[in-house]
Design a protein around this ligand. Structure first.
Ligand code: C5P
Length: 224
């Protein structure tokens, strides 16, 4: 019998948006659907891996057989990622993490100020989850995503180096027919090798079909 390429391997995936509280009833977030991360979880499972899926609030059901960790904030997503890092062989960061959170979350619902038209919120930067994992002493093979609107490959290559990633999956979010909330995606995969940055461009496909192509690509470099 043929053994699956990721048999005995642990894959941890972040997915969806994060949600950063302003007060007990309000938050900052984004439009990430989580579809790409969930499709990758399914594809990694099909490739024989044990799969951990750390997801922000999404309208999706985790595939049966995948361990799902529901989180809200970037800090919670980082905490769960760190809890799994030592057992993880491949870490894939597909989450759209909020770059900022409130410096101080209001304990009570914020009131609209009378006679004041402007409100200033003080935000602080969130930790970079994938960069933290990629610099961890027990770092797994680490894969990130880069959603760009211009100079897609140049910015992705820069992110690959700056975040110390093994591989980055770049997509052009200026195109409204693909990416973010769409069911289709077209990407370029970049990775570091002894001969510099290598690239591969899978055919544009549904997020499901693309996910299995990406898992194949990840397996190839993980083994290399
Ligand atoms: O820097 P940028 O947000 O464009 O990088 C995108 C990549 O970094 C994605 O893989 C995303 O999941 C990851 N990321 C993260 N933690 C953050 C910001 C981004 O893991 N705070």
């Amino acid at each position: 019998s043929q053994t699956l390429p990721l048999a005995g391997k642990v894959v941890t995936i972040t997915a969806g948006p994060t949600r950063e509280a302003l007060d007990p009833v309000r938050y900052i977030s984004n439009h990430s659907s989580g579809k790409m991360g969930f499709a990758l979880a399914e594809a990694a499972l099909s490739a024989g891996a044990t799969v951990h899926l750390i997801a922000g609030p999404v309208q999706l059901q985790a595939p049966e057989g995948v361990t799902h960790y529901g989180v809200q904030s970037a800090e919670q997503m980082l905490e769960q990622s760190l809890a799994l890092v030592a057992q993880t062989d491949i870490f894939i960061a597909a989450a759209a993490v909020a770059d900022y959170r409130m410096a101080e979350v209001a304990e009570q619902k914020m009131k609209k100020a009378q006679g004041e038209t402007d409100l200033v919120l003080r935000l602080v930067q969130n930790p970079d989850i994938v960069a933290t994992i990629a610099r961890h002493p027990e770092r797994p093979f680490t894969v990130g995503f880069a959603a760009e609107t211009q100079a897609v490959e140049a910015y992705a290559a820069d992110k690959l180096q700056r975040k110390n990633l093994d591989m980055i999956i770049a997509n052009d979010v200026s195109r409204t027919d693909i990416g973010f909330n769409s069911d289709q995606n077209a990407v370029t995969v970049l990775w570091r090798s002894h001969n510099g940055v290598q690239r591969h461009q899978p055919e544009q496909a549904s997020k499901q079909a693309l996910a299995s192509q990406l898992i194949n690509c990840i397996v190839e470099q993980f083994e290399a």
